[in-house]
Write a protein that binds this ligand. Structure first.
Ligand SMILES: Cc1cc2nc3c(=O)[nH]c(=O)nc-3n(C[C@H](O)[C@H](O)[C@H](O)COP(=O)(O)OP(=O)(O)OC[C@H]3O[C@@H](n4cnc5c(N)ncnc54)[C@H](O)[C@@H]3O)c2cc1C
Length: 417
């Protein structure tokens, strides 16, 4: 089937042949016979990570099998949402979850996704004990985290270029409650931001929020902990409410001041109520509440730029990046800072590495593209890296793009194999 496909940022868009195998034999045959191919999950990577002119969707591979009390085996096309709906009633949860549950298990592994607790819990890799994959020659392999440590780890963060993930065994954690208590702390500068953030590393979760749509930055450190006392008699269900507020792409461009106004209101409300109790679904997946919020950016979509730098340079590099955004013409609608802990030993392609990471959402225009080119210089200067699953235009994302578009089958995947 031919179809126009794109990521969450809606840029770029590609006309692609989409394969949708229903059985493992069909899946293996397609991989064997197609010299160029990329696996695709739910298209929630922002940029071009899941784009190619021939893609294979695992939408029919969406089953969940209970292996033991705390372990499930999940097919790669299954969404995190379905996993959560299945495990939460059993008082189980995911130790690591990104800020969106509409992604696939295959996508979570290929990007080695992280949450608001990387500094104490690591990335998706930390919860997976075994993966089933198809290599470029069409061999179905079962890879164990201990026995096949190197090749197993190389799938995490490889952006689909290592092969097709078919399923994964996931180690679940006990769900501590249905509510969290969040504290929002306003800070004046990046310097203070990082000091305050470091003081909150004892919390279960911590994340930074920035408004950079005005002339001056507004910054909040948001730290949260599970609270469980009041949940003893409650029924545990995962009930993510979703509202379709933006069914169509906006025909007109929203001005920068409007995003600033929206952010300022959020900031003012945060100052009014610095401590609050929040439902687990809303804490972890706030952006999932409004379906297709990317339609706000119209047909041209949005660009996200997400970079990470080491701890010792974080204050300087983040401060410079924020000032570049504030002084430029690009419209930054949203910005988030998180703290990564140490890199896992066997995940060379994974994005998380000890330090601070900052993600900007930009309205897609010339000013944003120019700014991204300058941010690339900054990231290079501080020996940082970018998150390739969010990228569409950065030159630091180029190696992946070049690999993807090479025409020889063995070069499709990092390292050949
Ligand atoms: C609102 C929003 C919030 C987000 N928050 C976070 C966050 O907090 N933390 C974080 O880490 N990420 C975050 N992301 C990014 C998202 O988690 C990743 O991009 C994820 O990989 C998307 O999964 P997908 O199923 O949509 O994959 P796609 O977008 O379809 O593909 C992403 C990559 O995975 C590969 N892939 C997909 N399936 C397979 C498979 N079966 N085998 C091999 N490779 C495969 C593709 O080739 C591609 O390279 C967020 C994205 C959005 C839109």
């Amino acid at each position: 089937m031919w179809k126009e496909i794109y990521g969450w940022g809606k840029y770029p868009r590609v006309k692609a042949q989409v394969y949708e195998p229903e059985t493992i034999d069909e899946l293996v045959n397609i991989v064997k016979n197609e010299p160029e191919l990329l696996a695709r999950g739910m298209g929630k990577s922002y940029g071009d990570a899941g784009l190619f002119d021939k893609v294979i969707s695992l939408k029919y591979f969406d089953k969940i099998h209970q292996v033991s009390d705390g372990v499930i085996e999940v097919e790669a096309g299954c969404s995190l949402l379905k996993v959560l709906e299945t495990i939460v009633p059993n008082k189980k949860f995911l130790k690591v979850t990104p800020g969106i549950c509409g992604i696939s298990i295959g996508g979570a592994i290929a990007s080695d996704v992280h949450g608001k607790n990387h500094f104490n819990s690591g990335s998706f890799y930390n919860m997976v004990s075994e993966i089933k994959v198809i290599d470029p020659e069409g061999h179905l392999l079962i890879l164990d985290k201990e026995k096949d440590a190197v090749i197993f780890g190389s799938f995490f963060g490889s952006m689909g270029l290592k092969g097709v993930v078919v399923s994964a065994k996931i180690q679940l954690t006990e769900l501590k409650g249905l509510m969290l208590k969040e504290v929002k702390i306003p800070v004046e500068s990046i310097d203070e931001f990082i000091d305050v953030f470091e003081e909150h590393l004892c919390c279960n979760f911590c994340v930074g929020w920035l408004n950079l749509a005005g002339k001056e930055a507004q910054l909040l450190v948001k730290a949260a902990n599970w609270i469980s006392e009041s949940d003893r008699d409650r029924v545990f269900i995962f009930n993510k409410r979703r509202y379709a507020l933006f069914p169509f792409e906006f025909p007109v461009r929203i001005p920068k001041w409007a995003f600033n106004l929206f952010n300022k209101r959020y900031y003012a409300k945060a100052l009014q109520k610095q401590e609050h109790i929040v439902k687990m679904e809303n804490y972890f997946y706030p952006l999932d509440t409004i379906t297709n919020w990317n339609n706000v950016y119209g047909r041209k979509g949005l660009l996200q730029y997400h970079f990470n730098v080491g701890l010792h340079v974080a204050k300087e590099a983040l401060d410079k990046a924020v000032k570049m955004v504030l002084s430029g013409d690009a419209t930054c609608t949203m910005a988030v800072i998180k703290r990564f802990g140490k890199r896992n030993d066997h995940t060379p392609y994974s994005f998380p590495d000890e330090g601070y990471n900052l993600a900007f959402d930009f309205v897609n225009d010339r000013a944003a593209m120019d700014l991204i080119a300058r941010l690339d210089d900054l990231v290079e200067e501080y020996r940082g890296s970018i998150y390739k699953t969010k990228d569409a235009v950065s030159r630091l994302g180029q190696p992946v793009r070049v690999e993807k578009f090479q025409s020889v089958q063995n070069k499709r995947y990092l390292n050949g194999k």
